[in-house]
Every structure is written in C-alpha cells, then in structure tokens.
Design a protein around this ligand. Structure first.
Ligand code: PLP
Length: 418
C-alpha cells in the first residue's frame, strides 16, 4: 500500500512525475485513438485551457455566491436548446456527462409518472442498443427495465417496444444515433408511442447532439430527432464529446420547465439550511462549465460546421476503406461519425476481431471493443483528421497478419474496478 510522504515536494517535481505517468496512455494527440478524446485543434485547446485557469476553483453548488456560473449554465443550455430547435419553454441544466444527463432524464420520467399518474412500480423501455447508462439509471432508481431487440439494420424495433409498454411505463428511449453501430432510431415513432401512453420520451443524443445539427446545415440527410418531433420530452447532448469541450460537461434538456422540475431536489429541513440541487452532484466544479462556454463561444456555429465537415468526410473515407478490405465489414448503414467494424462471415477463416484490435494497438491505433458480434468501435472526430489513409493502410496489413490467429481475451470494457 502506498502512503503519502511526510514532506511535500516542489511544484516542478510533482508536475514532472505526473507527466511521466502518462507514458503508457494512448497517444490521442497523434490522432490514433478512435474515441474518448475529442480534439478540436490548437485554438480550442488554448481557449479551454485559459478558461480552466480562470474557473478552476469556482463552485457551482451555490450560484448566489457564483452568479457567473448560473449565467454560464443558462447560456450554454439555451445555445444548445436553440441548436436542437427548442422553443422558449425548453429548459435544462448542465451535468458532468452523458451518464448524469441520462440519470436526470430517467429520474424526471419516474417522478412525473409518480406525481401525475400515481405510478409506484415504474417501468421503462429501451432497445438493446441503448447506452448502458439507461441500465445504470434503472438500477439506481428502482425502475424495471424492458430491453427489446433491434431490427436487422440495428435500429430499435418500435413494435417490440410497443408490445412491452403498459400502464406502469414512465419512459421510452430512442437514440440519435445509438453508440454501438451509429445508426439513428425512428424517433418520431418512438415519441408517438411514448405520447400515446402518457410516458416520457428521452432522446439520447449524447453522441449526436453536437453533430446532427451541423450535418443538417451541411445539407446531409438527417431524419427528425430533436424538439421538432412531437412527444420528445427530454434530450441529452454531450459537449465533452463532439462539442469538443474537455471532459465533465453535458446538457440535459426538457421540453418544459415543469418537466425540468421533476429532476431537481429541494430540501428545507436541515441544520445546514435550505438546500437545492439541479442534478445529481453536490459540490460542483465550475471548470468544465466555463470550458464548455469558452469552446462553444470560440467555435460558434461556423466552427462546428467546419469540424463536422472534416469529421463526416473522415468517417465516409473510413467506411469505404473498411468495405474495400477483404475479411472485414461495417455493421449497419450509419451515416455519421460512429463505425462498427466486424468480421465478414463469408470470409474463411473468419477474422478474430479482438486479435485484430491487438494488432492495431501494436501499431498505435486504439479502438473500443464490443459485441455481439465481436467488433471494433470507432468514434471518428476531428481528432483523426489527416491520419485515415495511413490508418487504412495499417488496417489492411493487420487484417492480413491476423488471418487464422485467435486471442482468448474477450474483455470489452477496461475500467478498473478492483
Ligand atoms: C457517451 C454516451 C453516453 C454516456 O455518456 P458519458 O459522457 O460517457 O457518461 C450515453 N449515450 C451515448 C449514445 C453515448 O455515446
């Protein structure tokens, strides 16, 4: 067991050690990581780093003490609501990330069901493609979750969802797009289903929230998914993904202020005084909020459109490159920035995708692993600009190398829990 040393050490030594610790981390700055870090370029780093210095110590728990953070939150929420075609009634909060936004959306649905419909044994319906955070939310808030299959195109099977809806259903979920294959669910059908039974419809746009609006501006076909779709009650959108802000910030939006009130907590019977919190946190860093404000202000709509143009061009090149390599294929017909790469079952012997993942890591390329079927996931962003051709060359080499080999390591999640 390590113990903290008795005497403190000089700033420079401490920072040198921290820097040295990163030696085995993925080299995201080289563009060789398909996910986890989203790199908006040098000026985006600069504005975020400077904003972080200014707001490093501020606490958004109390916006009476820090009115600047109340203002920052309301501006970022309202900018995001505007991008998602919300009207003046749309209200929301900043959270620490997609998971917290989803937890808040699920909690609000449960509370609405309890207060407006008297539901004491709440249920929710999600497709098997919906993010694991919905399962975490059901687990945390005591909600029975019905998981339904996806269709052959990997989108949610809305008929299967309808079949498990009942009088206790408080929430039906759609994703725009879903994470695993990057395809977009039929949001109008899911929202209509939710509305028909008086339940909430949450659209998970954690990935798409800062891509789809700009894809549409670029003239790409984007099927309806945002507040223009009747029946959509809440939307989650992560600024710390393709919004290009550093980690720790996402937006949860509600169609109305009344809906938003179902996620907040107010307590006025404590020796510590009146206590209110908008999301799941108590003490709340101002840093990610300020960074989000800074990055969004710096980029503006034009900046995001340009980053999205690069991202989608890279993703298109990536998909056609994979399709051209014998032995592997892309799952589904995703049109945005997420790509799932799997073995082509008609190719003998079938490629072991996780062995391929290992071979790619040996060349410095990092993908998340998922399944079934075993596949390598890529979130393409501006981070990977300029490296896709090199990547595709290495990918073809790696496929050739791993033909006929196998790995026993089936782990797809590398979080440390021990
Ligand atoms: C990333 C993601 C989440 C979860 O967000 P975190 O920021 O990792 O907590 C939820 N849904 C989708 C579609 C995502 O891509």
């Amino acid at each position: 067991m390590a113990s903290l040393q008795q005497h403190g050490r000089p700033v420079e030594d401490v920072i040198n050690d921290l820097t040295a610790k990163r030696v085995n981390d993925v080299k995201w700055a080289d563009g060789r990581t398909f996910g986890m870090v989203y790199d908006g370029g040098p000026s985006v780093h600069d504005v975020a780093e400077q904003a972080a210095r200014v707001y490093l110590h501020e606490n958004a728990l109390n916006t009476k003490a820090f009115p600047s953070l109340g203002q920052i939150q309301s501006e970022v929420v309202s900018w995001t609501a505007g991008l998602l075609h919300g009207d003046d009634d749309v209200a929301g909060f900043l959270t620490s990330g997609g998971t917290e936004s989803i937890l808040c959306g699920v909690l609000a649905a449960r509370e609405r069901g309890r207060i407006e419909r008297g539901i004491t044994e709440p249920e929710m319906v999600v497709a098997e493609s919906a993010h694991a955070a919905f399962h975490k939310a059901a687990h945390t808030f005591g909600i029975t979750l019905h998981k339904t299959p996806v269709l052959d195109d990997w989108t949610a099977d809305v008929e299967a969802m309808a079949a498990v809806c009942g009088p206790n259903t408080v929430l039906v979920v759609g994703s725009a797009p879903q994470y695993p294959q990057g395809v977009q669910d039929d949001i109008p059908a899911i929202a209509a289903l939710a509305a028909s039974i008086g339940a909430n419809c949450h659209v998970d746009a954690c990935m798409g929230g800062f891509v789809l609006p700009f894809a549409e501006m670029l003239g790409r076909e984007v099927k309806p998914w945002d507040f223009r779709v009747e029946g959509v009650t809440t939307i989650s959108a992560d600024i710390h993904k393709l919004g290009y802000a550093p980690k720790g910030v996402s937006v949860i939006l509600h169609r109305t202020r009344e809906s938003r009130a179902y996620q907040t907590f107010v307590f006025d019977d404590w020796l510590g005084g009146f206590y209110a919190s908008p999301n799941l946190q108590g003490t709340r860093s101002g840093l990610p909020m300020a960074c989000a404000w800074a990055v969004m202000s710096h980029l503006g709509i034009d900046g995001y459109v340009e980053l999205t143009r690069t991202t989608l061009a890279n993703a298109d090149t990536f998909r056609s490159g994979v399709a051209a390599i014998e032995g592997i294929r892309v799952l589904g017909d995703g049109r945005f920035h997420l790509v799932a790469m799997a073995a082509d079952p008609s190719f003998e012997p079938e490629i072991d995708m996780f062995a391929l993942g290992d071979a790619l890591i040996a060349k410095g390329w990092f993908h998340d692993r998922q399944g079934p079927p075993d596949n390598l996931h890529s979130t393409i962003s501006n981070t990977n600009a300029g490296v896709i051709e090199t990547y595709l060359g290495d990918l073809a080499d790696c496929v050739a190398t791993v033909v006929g080999t196998h790995t026993d390591d089936r782990r797809t999640n590398y979080a440390t829990l021990e």
